[in-house]
Write a protein of this length. Sequence first.
Length: 536
Amino acid sequence: MDWADELAASVSGPQVVNDSKTPSGTVHVGSLRGPVILDVIVRALRRAGVETTLLYGIDDMDPMDAQALLTPDAVDHEMGRPLAHVPDQSGDGHASYARHHARTFIDIFDGLGIHPDRYYWMSDIYPTGEMDSFIRTALDRAADVRDIYRRVANVQHPDNWHPIQIVCPSCGRIGTTIVTRWDGERVFFECREQLVTWARGCGTSGWISPFRGTGKLGWNLEWAAQWSLFGVTIEPCGKDLSTAGGSRDRADAIAREIFDREPPLNVPYEFLNIGGKKMSTSKGRGAAAHEIADVVPPEQLRFMFIRPRPNQVIEFEPEGTDAIPRLFDEFDRFAAATAGKEVRGEIAPGFEATFAYSLLDSDADVAAEAAAFRPAFSHLALLLQIPNVDVAARVAAEKGSPLTEREAATFDERVGAARAWLETYAPERAIVAVRDTPPLEAIAALEDDQRRYLGALGDAAASAEAPRSSGEAWQDLIFAVAAEAGLPNGRAFAALYAAFLGRTNGPRAGWLLASLDPSFVGERLRAAAAAPQVPA
Ligand SMILES: [Zn+2]
Ligand SMILES: [Zn+2]
């Protein structure tokens, strides 16, 4: 059973699943793990017949605190203001900075098949007054809130600290304000010049009503208030927030002790690491979600996130590796197993659910999807580099019948992904230029037993009954002939790379040979076997 189905079986009654995000800056691929997990939980609940609502909050009353994301002339005026009040910096017409950046991730979610029932914007919620009762409770019980911070997080706030910030009526900043008193209807606030290092307050102070959009709860309180306001029952949360005494612990305690409500079920999830670094914070090339999305289509991206259990770290290093081809291969293996075909190696229990939840369409016919023909990614990446190959025709020949409309769409998607991979992340060895004429120097440098091996492989290929159009069939033959000749696999591959590419390494040899015209392969193997050895 899949982890999401286990979770769905453990709850009872209608469920409200929630997450929220501050709309600032680029969306890194690692930050998509949470939304995908959220979506899979919702699908599993619905599959189990549980009435479920998916909410996604946009915390756009949070202050702008990243100077690098503003145009230089906007820094002085905009730093410290709520993201919802900062103008769109890109000039493409969104109502605010927050709307611009939220649009980016809403589009990404959409592309990944994640469709919340409702997006709610905190800049819309506060002015309605829906948060006012939580603001009042938090202010009435400020001493208890301070006690929670001390007890749970070992954070000692001053005795006059109150868990709310005010949008300064003079300068519009929120990050620079502090509330020091509460009289039951109004708060006393100060917009301090030096409260934070990243924004400068204007010095205004005075009494003001904190209700209907003037005030904003501190983050942990806002989080707990969202749970009460929307009746949230499940909220997965990243490992960085789930640490002891961390944000989640604080919000849980505030929910229980201040807002008198049991916090939602947490599903803590681990990071996606890129080359050992937390990708959620990486600014390196290839970390942005849209960059990865060019090379990894949505179903493979979903698959990458949900195949491991949430509490397992995902190591993903696409740069100069086979990580992306391997991801496709694994997806295809799960599809084949789901279709009831035999697959190589062990496959994790729950593979059918993992495959089903990887599909873009939650209502897809899983059996039909599993049985659909998908060209191997590595093979496509090779075919695309061989001159004068009709790739579509070769793929149809491999399938043995014309591609269906759905299969043709998958084919197009994979061709695009393979081209993008070759241009971006592919390792040197995956880039091939098959030599038109035998690379005599490289062949001459081979040992006699390697040349004999090439000849034997040519004979075996010629005598084989079926034409070898599949990489796997070629791969099997390569290993079998090497075993028969007593030649170690590494030296067998080296001989093949020398004969076809004139170098010592290359992509998986079986797929390389499968990409080429069979008669060309036969000729080349015979020519290499007969080539003179290099004169000493
Ligand atoms: Zn915009
Ligand atoms: Zn101010």
